[in-house]
Design a protein around this ligand. Structure first.
Ligand code: NAD
Length: 295
């Protein structure tokens, strides 16, 4: 299949490689010409604009940093909607706010084009291994078309509902993750301060009612989970800056909906403080450092 793939960064490039490996012919576009040159060596077509990339394509996938980039790539004069053939399906895999993708989908519908959202979880490791989870917001008909292609880049392809619901699932989950990590960090730090062995405390939590993914698989205390970023200086995980972005999307969506997200807003402030300290590049579990006395 001829697939236009736009946005070839840390996530997009490995996802595109998996599609090339699966035998598809890719039309690529990114503002970064170096990454384009690398992928061209694998036999892909390099394009001069999103409009050029979608010409002749049978499917369009975008993977961009934020909402402004998604609007630009779809709606600009040289954008996706200017070049796409009516009837060709499109899907945006970026993490953005639900309203932006609904706006883009409405603009696309006027041209006879269906756009869905399919944000991912699984990080760059999942993108490379082809084990991402896709949270898909699309009509059932559109989902049925997208599913086999997404399955070549991921392991779990979940239909969440109509366009925008993929983003809703993603930001609600990540808000909860950001909050639960802070809860575990507070409990571990308090236990340490009061004098219990943190390994024993983690064992108790993980066999009691405080147990959650953040305590069990990704404990923020160093040395508790060997494979967690906390045990390697908070490197190579999910950066605090990315968590901050997702919490910003959640709290903004909540503001627009007049829905309280008290814990989400507090979590956002704690990761904001972490970013100000210069720790935004560390894994988000390093939020525990704000609870520990400097030695
Ligand atoms: P990235 O910054 O590494 O890559 C984005 C790419 O988009 C870059 O190559 C950039 O040049 C390109 N780009 C920007 N504007 C463009 C435009 N107008 N036209 C064409 N290309 C343009 O970001 P990433 O880490 O690949 O993340 C992409 C999305 O996936 C983000 O929304 C992010 O929140 C989400 N996400 C990232 C991770 C992760 O671990 N990195 C995990 C899950 C979800």
């Amino acid at each position: 299949m001829k697939i236009a793939f736009i946005g070839l960064g840390n996530m997009g490039a490995p996802m595109a490689r998996n599609l090339i490996r699966a035998g598809h012919q890719l039309h690529l576009f990114d503002l970064n010409t170096q990454v384009l040159a690398e992928l061209a060596e694998l036999g892909s077509r390099i394009s001069e604009s999103p409009k050029h990339a979608v010409e002749g394509a049978e499917l369009v996938i975008t993977m961009l940093p934020a909402a402004a980039h998604v609007r630009a790539v779809y709606l600009n004069e040289d954008g996706v909607l200017a070049g796409i053939t009516p009837g060709v399906p499109a899907v945006d895999c970026s993490t953005i706010d639900p309203q932006t993708i609904r706006d883009v989908a409405a603009a696309a519908a006027q041209k006879g084009v269906v756009v869905g959202d399919a944000p991912v979880s699984g990080g760059t490791g999942g993108a490379q291994a082809g084990t991402l989870t896709f949270m898909v917001g699309a009509s059932l008909e559109h989902f049925t078309v997208l599913r086999p292609i997404l399955a070549q880049m991921g392991r779990n392809i979940v239909h969440c509902g109509d366009v925008g619901t993929g983003q809703i699932a993603k930001i609600c989950n990540n808000m909860l993750l950001g909050i639960s990590m802070i809860g575990v960090a507070e409990a571990m730090a308090l236990g340490d301060r009061l004098g219990i062995d943190t390994a024993i405390l983690a064992n108790i939590i993980n066999s009691s009612t405080g147990r959650c993914w953040s305590s069990e698989m990704y404990n923020p205390w160093p040395g508790i989970v060997e494979t967690a970023p906390a045990s390697r200086g908070y490197t190579g995980g999910f950066g605090a800056e990315l968590m901050l972005k997702d919490l910003g999307l959640a709290t903004e969506a909540a503001r627009v909906a007049h829905q309280p997200v008290v814990m989400g807003a507090v979590a956002q402030q704690l990761y904001q403080a972490m970013s100000l300290r210069g720790d935004g590049g560390k894994d988000f579990s390093a939020v525990v450092e704000g609870y520990r006395k400097k030695e």
